[in-house]
Write a new protein. Structure first.
Length: 421
């Protein structure tokens, strides 16, 4: 045991945390902290101040298919390092912005970067390097989003209170750039083949070794990949069902943004609402590695059904909690567990259904669907509240979508696996 080496796949996981969890956790999930200070300084409406969020999601949806082709063709090490640098520089430039249209430009550039890192790069890299425990690896990397957000959100607020939102933007953006770009450049590698090893947990019987060169170069190792082609997937209903399931998880996850408002306008009160998002995030931090581990043990289908049940049950408990804060917190925690399905179950359904041979190109279309349905959710949930005057319709809709996702999970994998060549 003492001489046993750690497989480089676990080093790759550190790089995944860098290019994925750092930008999303340090900047993406802390964007709400800046909204009120910006509104106060410039006198903008909330719509003007947050319009970039919709632009960001729409651009990410348009970018994802292109990003899938880029990651398949070029070395992800340098593609994702460059993305990390652009992401951090774009966030830092906001400190100079004084007009709403400039924030829209920020949202557009953010969306291009998100097309690479938000839903696509992590499962693509993990599926290249892991054949076993890939669910756990995705879950651990995703969980760090919540960890970074939990640490950086109060730090950001402290800097704003002590100085200004501009100072906070510069400090956090520089930290994001360094913590993201440097580890990605230093640690990420294109593939196990490029290092002469097999993916973690790969079956050696499925590998082909090239003969040593005339100068005694180290023999390369190539894993025989299996799965559907991108063109087969695009012609199959299975891909569009997967987009519906993954987009449904994304739609439901958007509900977390409305929990504080639900408490503030109801019997629970603003103080309970202040804790709601934190409790949901704790549930998500637990759920991501938990459902990743479960998917490794029993498959993505059962993990997807289980997470959907948790999500639906949590929202149902919130719906009937009334003024009971303890019951509301229980529902919020269960919803947080279901919330984690977005980043865990969706890519694992894709890889277990369509295989690994052309995963990045296939899943890029799913990433587009997630971004589009998440953007739709932001409008739809607010519209339903405006029309009905309560959040009841929102909760019922989310429960129905979770039930639909649970039903469709096994259909997606069964249909997709029929395409394998």
């Amino acid at each position: 045991m003492a001489g046993r080496k750690v497989h480089y796949a676990w080093v790759i996981l550190v790089a995944c945390i860098a290019f994925y969890a750092v930008p999303v956790g340090v900047i993406g999930n802390c964007q709400g902290v800046y909204v009120q200070p910006i509104m106060d300084e410039f006198g903008w409406s909330r719509t003007q101040t947050t319009l970039y969020l919709i632009v960001q999601q729409l651009v990410a949806a348009a970018t994802a298919p292109f990003a899938g082709k880029v990651l398949a063709r070029f070395n992800p090490r340098w593609v994702l390092t460059a993305t990390s640098v652009v992401f951090g520089a774009n966030a830092m430039a906001c400190a100079l912005y004084t007009q709403p249209w400039q924030w829209v430009v920020y949202g557009a550039v953010y969306g291009v970067c998100a097309g690479f890192i938000l839903f696509l790069a992590l499962p693509t890299i993990v599926n290249i390097w892991f054949r076993k425990r890939n669910g756990l690896a995705i879950g651990v990397a995703s969980a760090f989003i919540g960890v970074f957000a939990a640490v950086c959100s109060p730090i950001t607020q402290v800097i704003i209170d002590a100085s200004s939102w501009q100072t906070a933007r510069v400090v956090m953006s520089v930290a994001c750039m360094l913590l993201s770009a440097l580890p990605t450049a230093l640690l990420l590698r294109r593939s196990p083949e490029s290092m002469g090893v097999l993916p973690y947990g790969a079956n050696p019987e499925r590998a082909e070794r090239a003969k040593e060169g005339s100068q005694g170069a180290k023999a390369s190792v190539t894993l025989v990949e299996q799965g559907a082609t991108a063109s087969q997937a695009r012609r199959s209903p299975a891909l569009y069902l997967l987009i519906l399931v993954a987009g449904g998880f994304g739609f439901c996850a958007t509900l977390v943004q409305h929990l504080s408002a639900y408490c503030s306008t109801g019997e629970l009160g603003a103080m309970v609402g202040a804790y709601a998002v934190s409790i949901a995030m704790v549930g998500s931090i637990v759920g991501k590695p938990g459902f990743g581990w479960l998917a490794d043990k029993v498959g993505a289908v059962r993990a997807g059904i289980t997470s959907s049940v948790f999500g639906a049950a949590g929202v149902a408990i919130i719906l009937v909690s009334g003024a009971n804060a303890a019951l509301f917190f229980l529902g919020t925690a269960l919803f947080g567990l279901g919330y984690s399905a977005l980043s865990i179950v969706s890519p694992l359904l894709g890889s277990q259904g369509f295989g690994s041979a052309h995963f990045s190109e296939i899943y890029s279309w799913v990433s587009s669907g997630i971004s589009l349905l998440s953007a739709l959710a932001g409008f739809a949930l607010s519209f339903l509240y405006d029309v009905t005057g309560s959040f009841t319709a929102d909760f019922v809709l989310v429960i129905a979508i979770y039930v639909l996702c649970a039903i469709l999970c096994p259909v997606v994998v069964r249909s997709a696996r029929r395409l394998w060549v």
